[in-house]
Design a protein around this ligand. Structure first.
Ligand code: ATP
Length: 331
């Protein structure tokens, strides 16, 4: 076998389920004759040589924990050729020739550059709560984050109903509206303002003008990357248009990243980790392990980082047909 030493790191934002992926890479790697090295704090730790060998006991008792036990970081230096050269030298020092990077599109952009500039083979595992990576139906952390958001919105609904209020709730998702639209569908929220769609502020206005007294409350979800502005300015605009409405604001923030990973996140992350090791055994290079039709698939990293994935118009249309944006009025 050519690849004898694997490095594994988590990079970018943490996501619940990352620990299951690290554990799977470590155990599947060791079981298939590799030495596996954990790299702390993403690319920053890689450049600084914060690297240590993992045995299968090191990854015991972590699968149920949120976050990433290797920790993660964002590093400006790794964006430079010099930074990546420093990372390469550390990998060579430890005799590591393959790197498994668990992260999002930024992490994969850096990983792809490292693989083009050096002889390091890189395999990506999609780990981000945003679900915004091309080539995969699913990214590790998405299911847990969605469930966290749903629980929070259900609680907000209770208080909104009791006071006849309109709540604007900001949720994460960077430039993608998956969390906003899917939690909107799951909670029966009335409007989702997402980066992929136009004129949604107008749709929110339309909704509020026809809602009348039929609703005890209205919940309007705003994705953090919404083109109409941030949740505060959006809610202020609506308040000035509808001075009689009792409007409140809630920003869910970092609670969306934490928490015990769901069964789905643990299982998908584990199968992706195993598939990453299998890809190294098959001498595959520069690819991401995606998830399609409930199975791991291989997607070239170069393609993943070039293509943006967002919510489709079809999904928005489906949401609209059950009352999102436009209230369903009885005949
Ligand atoms: P998330 O979606 O959870 O935020 P991410 O992987 O997209 O995850 P980023 O902060 O975009 O998170 O990227 C993580 C790290 O990857 C950066 O701190 C940087 O070190 C590296 N990186 C990002 N973009 C590039 C790039 N264009 N060139 C080289 N390295 C990059």
């Amino acid at each position: 076998m050519k690849n004898r030493k694997i490095g594994v790191l988590t990079s970018g934002g943490d996501a619940p389920g990352m620990n299951a992926a690290i554990r799977a890479v470590t155990r599947a790697g060791i079981n298939n004759g590799f030495e596996v090295y954990g790299i702390r704090q993403g690319y920053r730790g890689l450049m600084d040589g914060d690297i240590y060998q993992l045995n299968s006991w090191d990854v015991s008792g972590i699968i149920q924990a949120g976050g990433t036990f290797l920790q993660t970081a964002r590093s400006e230096e790794f964006r430079t050729v010099e930074g990546r050269q420093r990372a390469y030298e550390q990998l060579k020092k430890f005799g590591i020739d393959s790197l498994v990077v668990i992260g999002g599109d930024g992490s994969f952009t850096g990983a792809n550059l490292l693989s083009m500039e050096t002889d390091i083979n890189v395999i990506g595992i999609p780990g981000t709560i945003d679900n915004d990576l091309y080539g995969t139906d699913y990214t590790i952390g998405y299911d847990t984050a969605l469930n966290t958001v749903i629980q929070a919105i259900d609680k907000i609904r209770d208080t909104a109903n009791s006071h006849n209020r309109v709540f604007f709730v900001e949720v994460m998702g960077r430039d993608a509206g998956f969390i906003a639209l899917h939690s909107c569908v799951a909670c029966g929220a009335e409007v989702a303002i997402i980066p992929e769609e136009q004129n949604q502020l107008e749709k929110a206005r339309q909704y509020l003008s026809v809602r009348g007294n039929k609703r005890k409350s209205t919940i309007i979800l705003v994705a953090e990357g919404a083109k109409e502005g941030d949740v505060r300015s959006i809610s202020e605009q609506i308040q000035s248009d509808f001075p009689n409405l009792d409007i409140r604001l809630s920003i869910l923030g970092h609670m969306q990243r934490g928490g015990t990973p769901s069964a789905k996140d643990r299982i998908v992350a584990s199968f992706m980790g195993i598939a990453a090791v299998q890809a190294l055994m098959d001498n595959q290079k520069s690819l991401m392990i995606g998830w399609k039709n409930e199975q791991p698939v291989h997607v070239p990293l170069s393609k993943v980082i070039k293509t943006h994935k967002g919510v489709s118009h079809e999904e928005v249309a489906c949401a609209e047909s059950i009352g999102t944006f436009i209230p369903v009025i009885d005949n």
